[in-house]
Design a protein around this ligand. Sequence first.
Ligand code: HAM
Length: 493
Amino acid sequence: MTEKRQFRAIKGTRDILPPDSALWNWFERTAREVFETYGFGEIRLPIFEETELFARSIGADTDVVGKEMYTFEDRGNANVGYPQTIEGVITADAAVRQAWHAGRIPHTYENEATVIQLHEACEGVGQEGGPALLRFVHYLHAIRLGEQLTLRPEATAGVARAYIEHGMHTLPGNVKLYYAGPMFRRERPQKGRYRQFYQVGAEVLGQSDAPAIDAEVLEMLLVLFRRVGLTNIKLYVNSIGCKECRPNYVRQLRGVLLNVKDRLGPDSQRRIETNPLRVLDSKLPEEQAIIETLPRISDHLCADCLAHFAKLKDELKLRGIEYEENWRLVRGLDYYTRTTFEVTAAGLGSQNAVCGGGRYDGLVELLGGQPTKGIGFAIGTDRAMLSIQEGSAPKLSGLGVFVAWMGAKAYPAAVAIARKLRECGVAVELPPEEMKFKKSLGLADKLGARYALIIGEDEVASGTYTLKRLSDGDQRKLSENDLLEYLESERRS
Ligand code: HAM
């Protein structure tokens, strides 16, 4: 007997069902509308990329790369039978076994030299073992060639990769791109934190790092948040300097942190070496007093970074954007330079950052492209939805008309009118089987339909239909044309 087993969504992932999905779609649609008014176009990126792309962009010592990525080896042609281990090849084939025992095959395959040695060994083992060993060598090549893949933990690295790959630096003006879709991080799931989560983000890449770009990106973000009714919005900004001034600050910070090392928790102690800036966004209560005494980057910015930050603040004032400076806002990804920001919103508990972003001048260059400036943000859609749903989510119009048909003669007319209404954009439910009148209206009500359209044999004979508004029982008899006109005008109002 087969085992009865219920499958469940993987921990940290979830299904977004109707009617919630309609609200999600509305949010993403509104983001597209707003972003397009600022001249952004959509980029659709692959869900997975080379692991190396993320490691290099986000930084090997970050939590995202160090602990949270879903990485796998793309076997590619290995599916057609590449052996998985040297031992597998050895035991499967006598000639290879002999070569192995004679010491002609290296026992490890960590570097270029062992691959070359393996190639030579293939020639040495002749007809039988050669092909098996050669397949293995190709397998090693595949790994070495970067077929270590990762489900994207974020999209900025992918955008920078695409910018280079498609030579977008030759496009006129700044390149403004937005994206929406799932991201993957193996974090500890809790409210507002998932392993598959969704982002809507935007990036501006080009030759200019004018603070007006930063300010306009922030304005766009806040226009969207206002449009979708997010409440208690707070914008925090900071400047984390550039490659000229930050190393000096980090050195000083590390020095001071070493003096207080014993009073810090294990995570912060480790970060003194790997990434001292991250100590600043520790949330451990016992570390807060110590952090307050640490040197601040604002006292160590070079003249250019100071001027950039001052101009950004002027630009924000010009646009009437309220913000708070937060010197501890360093962000968890290594590619940031100068401007960093985060937005918090109501109803989110400890995971209250609904959006994060900043400047990443130099990322494109780091990935092998031309020197390029960049800035962008990503909104956590899951968190935006949580916040909107805890407040006053808009009532989206669902089902418009439930066609309550009765009698075999009424059915063809019901099918025809349902099709015509749908062509006019009205959402229609047409019961596939005849129902008793009362049951039919009951179901219409439960499905949340605005109207029931009653079609019986009398209606077919007279060519008029009865339209009943379910909220107040208002009823009117309409010809087909009048019905289409009436519903069309209702839909637009
Ligand atoms: P991030 O701060 O890592 O930045 O993520 C941006 C937003 O995604 C967060 O503020 C949060 O709302 C949401 N988020 C992150 N992780 C999770 C999770 N596990 N569950 C639910 N929501 C989550 C970035 O990803 C950068 N790429 C942003 C950026 C774009 N910077 C420049 N351009």
